[in-house]
Design a protein around this ligand. Structure first.
Ligand code: NAD
Ligand code: UDP
Ligand code: UDP
Length: 314
């Protein structure tokens, strides 16, 4: 008989975390959703509250945590540029102190721990598409550095705990992910464009819209995270998780307008500092080691995300 694992998800009330909690519960795990509700919301997990195997804990990962669990997914950290730049010192603390505390917890319990790292470790990449072997191109003193360097330092801590203490680690480098429960006003491009198009407001393209991103639907991403956690102990990553379909931001704007049949016009605003010009994951490693490829094409994922925002706005 399979024994029920108790899984800790930090940042569990956020966009990705809430979907991950849902998936872990449906696979017969017990889930502790830990969050300080900085960008997370109770409404993201309210539908799980009746499940006797689900528990929400208000806690900040910057402080030590003593719980007894079997696995940790460390997702706590604001992810959208406007939120992580609002209190940049706190962003770095969350990534670095949060990683140390969660690694200390994993070390005491001798359990596996997965880090939600990011494609931002590649900065404004000079290599395209980005394989895991690329060391990246980050401006250490720019406005995005609190996030990028915090996540890079967290990766360093994960690998040092692995080498120094024999800890079982998993590092996922997550590329832009979208889907239901993104916040309406957190400034990320998919949610911005959909909300603007649904309200027939101007679509705000930054720069000329020639910069590219690759968008992964949230269900695919959760599947990748769980596969990585369940992989053999010698698989540490870092592993890229993302959808290689690459689009310019202008293409995305036009796609969203067409799909919604919106009257919105595209306006061009100033490009934020250090905005990466191109981004596309090389997912060869995820394919080979995890047998993972994203299954949801952008159009299909956008349909579901548009339906979510239509309801949320109503
Ligand atoms: P999100 O902002 O919706 O979720 C982050 C969650 O962490 C929120 O619930 C927030 O309240 C919580 N949190 C923040 N600081 C905390 C702290 N100090 N202690 C406890 N909880 C804290 O963002 P998301 O898109 O769900 O991202 C989740 C994780 O995945 C983040 O670590 C992010 O860096 C990573 N990631 C996301 C993407 C993406 O496209 N969504 C891409 C790359 C990496
Ligand atoms: N920690 C925690 N829960 C635990 C064990 C450790 O939150 O169950 C935190 C604690 O704050 C500690 C940090 O993790 O400082 C790092 O732990 P480690 O054992 O690596 O180093 P320590 O600081 O204890 O020497
Ligand atoms: N972007 C845009 N209009 C918006 C929001 C974002 O043109 O209203 C652009 C942004 O400049 C970036 C891309 O879309 O080039 C993705 O932005 P997001 O904040 O979603 O993710 P990240 O920059 O962290 O990849």
């Amino acid at each position: 008989m399979k024994t029920r694992k108790r899984v800790l998800v930090t940042g569990g009330a956020g966009f990705l975390g809430s979907h991950l909690c849902e998936r872990l519960l449906s696979a017969d795990n017990e889930v502790i959703c830990l969050d300080n509700f900085y960008t997370g919301r109770k409404s993201n997990v309210i539908h799980l509250m009746d499940n006797r195997y689900f528990e929400v804990m208000r806690h900040d990962v910057c402080f030590p945590l003593y719980v007894e669990v079997d696995e940790i997914y460390n997702l706590a950290c604001p992810a959208s540029p406007i939120h992580y730049q609002f209190d940049p010192v706190q962003t770095t603390k969350t990534s670095v102190h949060g990683a140390i505390n969660m690694l200390g917890l994993a070390k005491r319990l001798k359990i596996k721990i997965l880090q939600a790292s990011t494609s931002e470790v590649y900065g404004d990449p000079a290599v395209h598409p980005q394989p895991e072997s690329y060391w990246g191109n980050v401006n250490t003193i720019g406005p995005r550095a609190c996030y990028d360097e915090g996540k890079r330092c967290a990766e360093t801590l994960f690998f040092d705990y692995h080498r120094q203490h024999g800890l079982k680690i998993k590092v996922a480098r997550i590329f832009n992910t979208y889907g239901p429960r993104m916040m309406q006003n957190d400034g990320r491009v998919v949610s911005n464009f959909i909300v603007q198009a649904l309200q027939n407001e101007d679509i705000t393209v930054y720069g000329e819209g020639s910069q590219t991103r690759s968008f992964c639907y949230v269900d695919d991403l959760c599947d990748g995270l769980i596969r990585l956690m369940d992989s053999p102990d010698d698989v540490t990553g870092p592993v890229n998780l993302g959808n290689p379909g690459e689009f310019t931001i202008l293409e995305l704007a036009q796609k969203v307008i067409n799909m919604i049949g919106s009257k919105s016009k595209i306006v061009f605003l100033e490009l934020p500092a250090d905005d990466p010009t191109q981004r596309q994951p090389d997912i060869t490693m995820a394919k080979e080691i995890l047998g993972w490829v994203p299954a949801v094409p952008l159009d299909e994922g956008l349909v579901k995300t548009i339906a979510y925002f239509k309801e949320a706005l109503a």
